[in-house]
Write a protein that binds this ligand. Structure first.
Ligand code: HEC
Length: 181
């Protein structure tokens, strides 16, 4: 009897460990929790007119690598799960014939990706608590070369990715456009 109990509990622990592993792929982003939050974030952006069909479009400008030929950036504050935080949405435009004028006339025709930073208190103190996400225009997650959804601490501890590059932003706040955060 005792033996069986021990076997069952060790099986249970084993299953839990492998679930935890499968969830994160050993990486600090793209797991179930980050996907769930990333979806909430997108829905909140849409509800607040910061993404989706009825979004506000700020003035497009000439972009920098890697975000796209033409960009527009919108900032605001969102409340998710009862907590408020700063949000920065960068729309990345590209494709044939892309220009500031073309994007101004028809933003949706050139929208390639939506990159978002959302500040969550206590989420990642090493990196100013930013939650990172890269969406396709329909709100689904873009993925890296391994098929991992780009949502969460992307890609903490790795030599490339949102955090690695944004660490070079002046002011040490991970934000390039200004030093307000
Ligand atoms: C190789 C460097 C690099 C990588 C990788 C990168 N960014 Fe950026 N990002 C920049 C630069 C440079 C700017 C400023 C661009 C501009 O506005 O002209 C920027 C701007 C932004 C902004 C607007 C706020 C700001 O910092 O100015 C957001 C939001 C953003 N990036 C999100 C992301 C997300 C999410 C990822 C990962 C999926 C990512 N970035 C990956 C370089 C990078």
């Amino acid at each position: 009897m005792k033996k069986w109990l021990m076997l069952t509990s060790s099986l249970l622990i084993g299953t839990m460990i492998s679930f935890a592993h499968a969830d994160s792929h050993g990486a600090p982003f793209g797991g179930t929790e980050d996907q769930t939050f990333g979806k909430k974030l997108w829905n909140s952006l849409v509800r607040n007119g910061l993404a989706g069909n009825n979004r506000m479009v700020s003035r497009p400008y000439q972009g920098q690598h890697p975000h796209g030929a033409i960009l527009d950036t919108i900032e605001g504050t969102l409340t998710i799960d009862g907590e408020s935080g700063a949000v920065i949405v960068k729309n990345n435009y590209g494709g044939e014939g892309v220009s500031i004028e073309a994007v101004s006339n028809d933003p949706d025709a050139y929208l390639a990706a939506v990159t978002v930073m959302y500040q969550r208190e206590g989420y990642d103190p090493d990196n100013n608590d930013w939650f990172w996400a890269k969406y396709l225009p329909d709100g689904s997650f873009d993925t890296n070369a391994n098929g991992m959804p780009l949502t969460g601490r992307v890609a903490k501890g790795m030599p490339e990715g949102c955090i690695a590059c944004h660490t070079g932003a002046p002011g040490g706040d991970r934000v390039f456009i200004n030093d307000r955060y």
